[in-house]
Design a protein. Structure first.
Length: 762
C-alpha cells in the first residue's frame, strides 16, 4: 500500500479510535477455527457418558465402525498411549490430570467415552448413536451439597494470616455465609480443533487464548518435540479464561489425524460445551467481620470451600491465586483466609473472567453491607471510614497483596456523583408508590492484573518496517475479541509517528514468535503493550544506524520525530519508509548489520497492577413476580492510563454484563440423584441480554497511572465483572431488606426472589 494514499499523522493515545477488526467481524470475513478446511477433511463427534458416576461395564463400537462413512472410533483402548491432559503443573503440587478418556471410570455426566470420525459430521453423529455403552452407575456427589457433607473429599487446604484473637476480643462480630454459584464460560465460538498430520509434524488450527502455551502442552501430551507442533489461531470468538489451555478435543483430533493420515475437524456444539467445558466460581464462603464501637474494621476471617469438580489441576484453585482481593480497599489490620478444594462428580472448574477476583470482592463487600445494616451505619459512610488513604500508598495488606497506588476515596466520591447517590431515597419512595421495591448496592472492587502476583510473566513483541512504509506488528499477547489489535496499533503509530492505517497487526501462529503469554489476567496492555513499546524503541534505535549511512552523518547526530530521521541542526532527513528501503538492500547496510529495519522487545514487570473502582447499582423488584430490573449501573474506575476510551467502554460493558448475569440468572444445575446436567441449553441457562444491562451503565474513568510498567496501564479485562457481582447483589438484598430478608444467595432469579419475599411475609 502506498504511503501517499493513506491519511498522515500519528494517532494520539487516549483517542477514540474505532476497532480496526470491526469490519472483518461484522461482515463475516474473520477466519475462526471452524473456517479452516482442507481436502479429504474428516469430522469428529463425541459419545458422552449418560451417568454421573460409575464405571463402563462394556463398550461395543463394532456396529458404529460398519456404518457409512465411518473411518475410526477412538476410545481408551486404542489411543496408543496415555495422552494425559495437563501432564504436569508448574508448582509441583497437583496430583491429578484430566485425560481424554479415563480408563473405564466415569466421573461426571457428559464425560467423553468415545469419538467417532467419519467422512461427514452427519455420518459421525449417526454412528455415535450406535456405540453401545453399558454402565455400572453409582450415586454421584454433585454441587447441590457443596459446603456440607464432603469432609472426606477435601483436597489442597490453604491458610494464610491470623485473625482469631482479634475476632475473639472484638466488641462486634458480624458473620454471613453465602455461595457464588457455578456458571460456565459460554464463549461465542465453541472449542474447536482442526488437526493436520504430515507424517512428522502436527499443525493444529485452534480456538485458543495462547498459541505458544498450547504448543508446549500439546508437544508433551503427544510425545513429540516442540518444533514438531505448530499452532495457529487467527481469530478467537471470546475465551474468558476457558481457552487458556489445551482441551481434550485437541489431543483426540490430533491422534485421529495421525491414525488416519488425513485432516480431522472437531468443533463442539453448544450442548457438548455445556456438558464438558470447564466451569467456574462455585465457592461457598463463611465470613466474619470484627469492628470496634466506632465502626472501624479490626479483623476479617473467612473460609472458602471451592468446588474443583472431577479433576484437580493448577487451574482448579484459581480463587486462591487472587484471594488477596478479600482485603478490599480497606485498612483491616488482621485477615485470616482458609480455602479447601472439594471433589464432586461434575465438570472440572477453571478460571473464568475474574478468576477468583469477583468472589473475593463479593466476600468483603457483601459482608460490609450486612454489618452496616445491623449496626445502623450508612453503607457508604462505613466504607469511607475504613478506606486506605491515597497518602498511605504503597500499602501492604494483611493478605498477600501490596497495592502500589490508588485513590479509593476519590473513586467513591466520583461514583456517588455519577449515580446521584443523594437522590436515591426519593427514587425509592417513588418506587414504593408504584408497589415496587427499589434497592441500591455499592461495591469497591480491587483486583490484581498482569500477574501471577508472585512472579509476573513476561511478554514479547516484534515490529518489522517494510519499504512501502507499512509496519507489521507481531505480539505475544493475543486478542480474543477485546480490541488488542487496535490499542497496540495506536501505540505503534504514535511511537513511530505514522498513520494507524500503516500498521498491520498479526497474531496467532507459533511460527511468528518463539514465546508469548497469550491473553489472560488483564495483562495485554500492561505487559504485552509494554513489550510492544520496547520493540518500537528498538526500531528507532536500529533505524538511526541505517539513517546515518543514508544521510552520511554520525549515528549520534540522528534524531527521530514524527516518523522521520533527522540530522540534528540541519534540514536533511529521511522518512521511516525511506530508511526501511535502504535497510532492505544488503549491499548498502553498514558492515556487520543484518539487513531489514526491525525491532524486538520484551517486558517482565517487577510487580502486578491493581485496577480499582467504586460501582453503584440500582435495581427495582416487582414483588408480584420477583422480577429484578437493573435500572442503573454507575461506576468510577481507575485502570491507569486509558489508551482508547471506546475499547475501555466495551470491556467494562461486557464485564458488567457477565457479573450482573451471574447475579441475576446464570447458574449451572445438576440433578442430585443422577448427576445429569439440567441446564444444557440456552432454554434452561439464563444468559443476560443486551437490553438488561447496556442502557443502565454510566461510567467515569479516573487515571492513577501505575509505575510498574512504562505505559502506566493497570488492565481492564476483569474490572466490570469483579465489581458487578457484588454491586448488583447488594442492590437486590437492599431492596428486600425492608421485608426482613437479611441475605439472598445468587442468582436472584424471579422464582428465588419471589420465594424470599413470600417467606419473609410468612
Amino acid at each position: 500500500m502506498a504511503t501517499a494514499n493513506l491519511p498522515q499523522g500519528p494517532v494520539i493515545i487516549g483517542a477514540k479510535v474505532p476497532r480496526i477488526d470491526g469490519a472483518l467481524k461484522t461482515t463475516g470475513s474473520a477466519r475462526y477455527a471452524v473456517d479452516h478446511s482442507f481436502p479429504n477433511l474428516a469430522h469428529a463427534f463425541a459419545v458422552q457418558s449418560t451417568i454421573g458416576k460409575g464405571r463402563i461395564h462394556s463398550l461395543d463400537a463394532s456396529a458404529a465402525e460398519k456404518m457409512p462413512g465411518v473411518l475410526l472410533v477412538l476410545h481408551h483402548g486404542n489411543m496408543d498411549g496415555a495422552y494425559r491432559f495437563f501432564p504436569h503443573q508448574e508448582d509441583g503440587t497437583i496430583s491429578e490430570s484430566r485425560p481424554p478418556f479415563d480408563d473405564d471410570k466415569i466421573y461426571y455426566w457428559g464425560q467423553y467415552v468415545a469419538v467417532v470420525v467419519a467422512e461427514t459430521l452427519e455420518q459421525a453423529k449417526a454412528a455415535a448413536q450406535s456405540v453401545k455403552v453399558d454402565y455400572d452407575a453409582e450415586t454421584p456427589d454433585v454441587r447441590t451439597d457443596l459446603g456440607a457433607g464432603f469432609e472426606g473429599k477435601r483436597e489442597s487446604s490453604w491458610r494464610r494470616g491470623d485473625s482469631d484473637r482479634a475476632l475473639a476480643e472484638a466488641p462486634v462480630v458480624i458473620d454471613q455465609t453465602y455461595v457464588t454459584p457455578v456458571e460456565t464460560h459460554n464463549p461465542m465460538e465453541m472449542h474447536g480443533t482442526v488437526a493436520v498430520w504430515d507424517g512428522e509434524n502436527y499443525t493444529l488450527y485452534e480456538s485458543t487464548q495462547g498459541v505458544v502455551n498450547h504448543r508446549t502442552v500439546m508437544s508433551e501430551v503427544l510425545g513429540v518435540p516442540r518444533e514438531n507442533v505448530r499452532v495457529i489461531s487467527r481469530f478467537i470468538g471470546s475465551g474468558f479464561g476457558g481457552k487458556l489451555f489445551p482441551w481434550p478435543q485437541s489431543t483426540m483430533a490430533a491422534v485421529a489425524a495421525r491414525k488416519l493420515k488425513r485432516p480431522v475437524r472437531w468443533i463442539a456444539d453448544r450442548t457438548e460445551g455445556f456438558q464438558t467445558d470447564e466451569q467456574a466460581r462455585d465457592v461457598a464462603v463463611k465470613a466474619e467481620l470484627a469492628l470496634d464501637g466506632d465502626g472501624n474494621f479490626l479483623a476479617v476471617r473467612f473460609r472458602y470451600d471451592i468446588d474443583i469438580g472431577a479433576y484437580l489441576s493448577g487451574r482448579s484453585l484459581a480463587p486462591i491465586n487472587n484471594i488477596g482481593g478479600v482485603a478490599g480497599v480497606y485498612r483491616t489490620p488482621r485477615i485470616l483466609a482458609e480455602a479447601y478444594g472439594v471433589f464432586t462428580n461434575t465438570v472440572p472448574t477453571a478460571p473464568y473472567r475474574g478468576a477468583g477476583r469477583p468472589e473475593a470482592t463479593y466476600t468483603i463487600e457483601r459482608l460490609i453491607d450486612v454489618a452496616a445494616r445491623e449496626l445502623g451505619i450508612d453503607r457508604f459512610e462505613l466504607r469511607r471510614r475504613n478506606l486506605i488513604p491515597a497518602a498511605a500508598m504503597p500499602h501492604k495488606t494483611d493478605l498477600t497483596f501490596t497495592y502500589d497506588c490508588g485513590d479509593f476515596a476519590g473513586n467513591m466520591d466520583a461514583a456517588a456523583r455519577v449515580a446521584d447517590l443523594a437522590g436515591f431515597p426519593a427514587r425509592r419512595e417513588d418506587a414504593a408508590r408504584r408497589d415496587k421495591l427499589r434497592g441500591l448496592g455499592i461495591a469497591n472492587p480491587i483486583e490484581v492484573a498482569g500477574g501471577p502476583f508472585g512472579k509476573p510473566a513476561k511478554d514479547n513483541a516484534m515490529i518489522r518496517v517494510a519499504g512501502d512504509g507499512t509496519v507489521t506488528l507481531l505480539s505475544g499477547a493475543m486478542s480474543t475479541g477485546q480490541g488488542i489489535e487496535t490499542a497496540f496499533s495506536q501505540l505503534v503509530a504514535q511511537r513511530l509517528g505514522i498513520p494507524i492505517e500503516h500498521v498491520r497487526y498479526a497474531q496467532g501462529s507459533t511460527d511468528q514468535l518463539p514465546s508469548g503469554r497469550g491473553s489472560g489476567g488483564s495483562s495485554a496492555l500492561c505487559v504485552g503493550g509494554a513489550a510492544v513499546g520496547a520493540a518500537a524503541e528498538q526500531v528507532v534505535e536500529h533505524g538511526r544506524a541505517f539513517a546515518a549511512e543514508l544521510l552520511e552523518a554520525a549515528a549520534a547526530d540522528i534524531e527521530f520525530a514524527n516518523g522521520r530521521f533527522i540530522v540534528a541542526g540541519t534540514d536533511r532527513s529521511a522518512s521511516l519508509a525511506e530508511v526501511a528501503r535502504f535497510a532492505d538492500d544488503p549491499r548498502r547496510v553498514p558492515p556487520g548489520t543484518a539487513p531489514g529495519l526491525a525491532g524486538a522487545g520484551e517486558f517482565q514487570p517487577p510487580a502486578v497492577t491493581f485496577p480499582n473502582g467504586c460501582h453503584i447499582a440500582e435495581v427495582e423488584i416487582d414483588p408480584e413476580t420477583g422480577l429484578v430490573a437493573l435500572l442503573s449501573y454507575c461506576l468510577a474506575e481507575d485502570v491507569g492510563r486509558v489508551f482508547n476510551p471506546l475499547l475501555l467502554e466495551g470491556q467494562m460493558h461486557g464485564g458488567i454484563a457477565q457479573g450482573a448475569g451471574q447475579a441475576l440468572g446464570e447458574t449451572i444445575v445438576y440433578d442430585g440423584a443422577t448427576g445429569q446436567l439440567l441446564t444444557a441449553s440456552f432454554m434452561d441457562y439464563q444468559m443476560p441480554r443486551a437490553g438488561d444491562v447496556a442502557a443502565a451503565i454510566r461510567m467515569e474513568t479516573r487515571e492513577v497511572p501505575s509505575a510498574v510498567n512504562p505505559l502506566g496501564a493497570k488492565g481492564v479485562g476483569e474490572a466490570g465483572t469483579v465489581g458487578a457481582m457484588a454491586a448488583v447483589m447488594n442492590a437486590v438484598c437492599d431492596a428486600l431488606a425492608p421485608l426482613g430478608v437479611r441475605h439472598l444467595d445468587m442468582p436472584a432469579t424471579p422464582a428465588r426472589v419471589w420465594a424470599a419475599i413470600h417467606a419473609a411475609k410468612r
